[in-house]
Design a protein around this ligand. Structure first.
Ligand code: 5GP
Ligand code: MN
Length: 327
């Protein structure tokens, strides 16, 4: 990986204009990695733009540079763009930029920085470290390999990635290196308290009421030993809650000591259904099922999006699991 780190660095130094891309509906890892990198580019005066195909969750607006991530498609018309860096996305479709890349008049150089085992290595350079807790950890290694100083803003951003993907150091991604890097980032001036407030202490009464509704619908599919629940657009309207704020529910299901796998179905505005798998069982790999459904992720946390309505989507997923083995 040291060699790839160096190659990426050379490409960045030579680039005219770099486009930074998180995956759509970005989480703390995608945003933390992107903003840490943005701060680095800012410091070396490298022209760049950050673009996200969807809105960025409101709770992250206190993280430096998040407010400068654009959703304006016209940025793709900038003829100087020659390098595109994608953070935390296993494929270009999940990043939401496959269609933009296809339409560009000239080829751009794609750099893929990630940690998902399902990553399709779609870049010209791929720094995909599957043993990393987070893309932020992968990026920390990139900065180290290239002797790039991590300032307090970059440290805070990287902390957002580590905290998000280890679910506050509780899930299977939590490792010795994730903890060592965390302490290093704090010693470099990373603002852990800010990240805690952004990621953990961000729920209104209505959000927790919504969690209550979703949790009250938990059911177990005995035959496949799967615990599931769902969230509808009507629920979001009733409680005036945006979709992204419900993200923590799927992680919270890791608290269950019942069933091999948990699954949260979420109705999207376009009548598609997003599924989020979680498991804490050593012998279960949910990324394999997610991949069969057109998605991806990690062995212990993976997702997909399929056509609705909810009942139909649930039937499709349950049938697939019945026919395959979870482990
Ligand atoms: P979540 O269920 O919280 O959205 O995602 C769990 C993990 O799976 C995350 O690491 C996320 O990046 C990945 N993931 C979720 N949905 C998809 C998808 O549709 N495609 C890909 N490639 N990865 C996904
Ligand atoms: Mn990640």
């Amino acid at each position: 990986m040291y060699r790839i780190s160096k190659q990426i660095h050379n490409k960045i130094i030579d680039a005219k204009h770099i486009l930074l891309i998180p995956h759509q509906n970005p989480d703390g890892d995608a945003l933390g990695s992107l903003t840490a990198f943005k701060q680095y580019l800012h410091k070396i005066d490298k022209p760049h733009t950050a673009f996200c195909v969807t809105d960025v969750p409101q709770n992250f607006r206190d993280l430096h540079h998040v407010d400068s991530i654009s959703s304006d498609q016209s940025i793709w018309q900038n003829p100087n763009i020659d390098v595109v860096i994608v953070f935390d996305s296993g494929d270009l479709h999940y990043a939401g930029i496959d269609k933009y890349i296809a339409k560009l008049p000239k080829q751009v150089y794609i750099i893929n920085i990630d940690h998902h085992a399902t990553n399709e290595n779609y870049g010209h350079l791929n720094m995909v470290i599957t043993s990393s807790s987070s893309t932020a950890e992968t990026l920390y290694n990139f900065f180290k390999h290239n002797d790039i100083e991590i300032d307090n803003k970059m440290a805070t951003s990287l902390l957002a990635g580590l905290v998000t993907d280890t679910d506050f150091y509780t899930n299977g991604a939590t490792s010795l290196s994730s903890l060592q890097i965390t302490s290093k980032l704090i010693s470099l001036g990373g603002d852990f308290a800010l990240i805690k407030d952004i990621i953990f202490k961000n729920k209104t009464i209505n959000v927790l009421k919504l969690w209550g509704i979703v949790l009250s619908r938990l059911k177990k599919h005995q035959e496949i030993d799967l615990v599931y629940t769902y969230l509808t657009q009507e629920d979001l309207d009733t409680y005036g809650v945006s979709e992204s704020i419900s993200d923590g529910i799927s992680n919270f299901l890791n608290n269950l000591n019942d069933g091999e796998v948990c699954l949260l179905f979420k109705e999207l505005p376009d009548n598609k259904i997003k599924g989020s798998f979680r498991t804490t069982k050593d012998n279960v790999d949910v990324s394999a099922i997610a991949k069969e459904l057109g998605g991806g992720g990690h062995k212990k946390a993976a997702g997909f999006t399929i056509d609705g309505p909810l009942k139909e989507a649930a039937r499709t997923v349950f049938e697939l699991i019945k026919n395959k083995n979870l482990n």
